[in-house]
Design a protein. Structure first.
Length: 477
């Protein structure tokens, strides 16, 4: 991995500070939300030309929110533990006054008369939304390649991908441009950026975070530099919103308690899953890192049991075909110029959904149901499942997919997508690095609705992982 250059490093001490560090500094008067925001905006101006994390930087609105927050802190009257904390949201989380294009030059311009649920929750908490972050065309790539935005690059090494589809969210988190960065995930789209950038995240249980565009397998999740900040985000964005007709009943969970130091491992029954059974082959360094994590849990008193592969090639093929049909419907409604403007890789991918018979699409949908059931059966009886997030480490930033420009469907998401289809929570925490310095994430999945249990195990691992597995930005924290 190329050494990070000075032009890519944070320019001020306020850039990259955690939410807890910021709110303590606000309380003592060491700094203010307005000063922190200006430092971040200055750093974005200096570095974003390379990183390209934002679809929109809404500086005026952020300055207004930061000014009001600064006044509250000066009176000693913050309205929440997010008051004045800089955050970002993915482009598909609509905001009043901000046009969204779903990452594509071919997409129809979208506006809204009401902020999306997550945006509203952040605003109610007094958080400062720095901007909206990039995504690839319609969110259907696991990279930061977009016909509208260009290439989003890793702040750790601009030659490498940030992952996707929450590409800008991951990039902003790794760059330190805010404490919490909300993404969405239908097959791995918050966990893939996390694994390829050394970050922490949670793809929560289906329906845990209300969204206004619910769909089979889709969830929203926070990406951050630490599990603490993931838990902090969950305390706010899980609040109810009637627009999500699929959301589960609200639970008033003490999310911060997930991160309290305690022995959360002894006696746990934990599955180790290093061979998915389908898709891309697992890089030996990735597999070894996950196995080492399993050994760490076992040494702490967990009962770690290796489970066999349970993903079938047909699962990935059926899901890919179903998604092609679904996005062909979107693509087919565009005029010829708009279709031609979309990313060529996406044009070719979606065209294979044009002639799929309805009976075949329904068969694929039924296959997804079988996949869901098999995932639940394979993982029941365990408190958690440890696995890779992705079979490979980060790839070149210009590639749309981990193998380059070939159409190989969804071969890369055999470890992540099962938990989207089953609705189970799954976190990612950095677990190590390849020999050339690329980050490797550990996926920790749990039973449906046990988001708290997953976060507790993620926090335990974050605290007990080897020093060699700690990302540079987290060292000394």
């Amino acid at each position: 991995m190329a050494e990070t250059t000075g032009t890519l490093r944070g320019a001020t001490t306020d850039v990259g500070a955690s939410a807890a560090e910021l709110t303590e500094a606000y309380r003592t008067g060491e700094t203010t939300p307005s000063a922190v925001l200006e430092a971040i905006l200055e750093d974005i101006e200096a570095r974003n030309g390379i990183i390209n994390a934002f679809s929109d930087i809404t500086a005026d609105g952020a300055r207004a929110a930061a000014a009001v927050s600064t006044q509250r802190w000066s009176r000693g009257e913050p309205i929440s533990d997010l008051d004045g904390v800089p955050v970002t949201v993915k482009e598909n989380m609509k905001r009043v006054g901000v046009v969204a294009y779903s990452g594509s030059l071919g997409a129809v311009e979208e506006t809204t008369e009401r902020d999306s649920p997550i945006v509203e929750r952040f605003t109610e908490a007094g958080a400062v939304i720095v901007g909206s972050t990039t995504m690839p065309d319609w969110g259907m790539l696991s990279s930061g390649v977009s016909s509208r935005h260009g290439v989003t690059r890793s702040p750790l090494d601009p030659a490498l991908t940030v992952g996707g589809s929450s590409s800008g969210a991951g990039a902003a988190a790794a760059a330190g441009w805010g404490a919490i960065h909300m993404g969405s995930d239908i097959g791995g789209s918050v966990r893939l950026p996390a694994t390829w950038l050394g970050l922490a995240t949670l793809k929560p249980s289906e329906g845990r975070i209300p969204i206004d565009t619910p769909y089979l397998g889709r969830a929203a999740g926070p990406i951050a530099r630490s599990v603490d900040e993931v838990a902090l985000a969950m305390a706010h964005v899980t609040r109810p919103d009637s627009r999500d007709y699929t959301s589960m009943p609200y639970q008033d969970i003490a999310w911060a308690a997930c991160c309290e130091s305690q022995d959360e491992v002894r006696g746990k029954r934990i599955a180790l899953h290093t061979e998915a059974g389908a898709g891309m082959a697992v890089d030996p360094e990735v597999a070894a890192t996950v196995r080492a994590a399993g050994e760490l849990f076992a040494a702490a008193g967990a009962d770690v049991v290796e489970i066999p592969a349970f993903v079938h090639e047909a699962d990935l093929v059926d899901l890919d075909s179903f998604w092609r049909v679904r996005f062909w419907r979107t693509y087919s409604k565009l005029d010829a110029a708009a279709r031609a403007a979309a990313l060529p890789f996406i044009q070719e991918w979606v065209m294979k959904g044009a002639d799929v018979p309805g009976s075949e699409a329904l068969r694929c949908y039924d296959g997804i149901g079988s996949f869901r059931a098999r995932t639940v059966r394979a993982t029941e009886g365990f408190d958690a499942v440890l696995s890779p997030v992705a079979p490979q480490a980060a790839f070149p930033a210009e590639w749309p997919m981990p193998w380059g420009f070939e159409d190989r469907g969804m071969e890369h998401i055999a470890f992540t997508v099962p938990y989207n289809m089953s609705g189970q929570p799954a976190a990612s925490v950095n677990a190590g690095f390849t020999s050339d310095g690329r980050s490797i994430g550990l996926q920790i999945a749990g039973a449906r609705f046990d988001d708290v249990g997953v976060l507790k195990l993620a926090k335990w691992f974050e605290e007990h992982r080897p020093t060699s597995a700690v990302p540079e930005f987290a060292q000394g924290v």
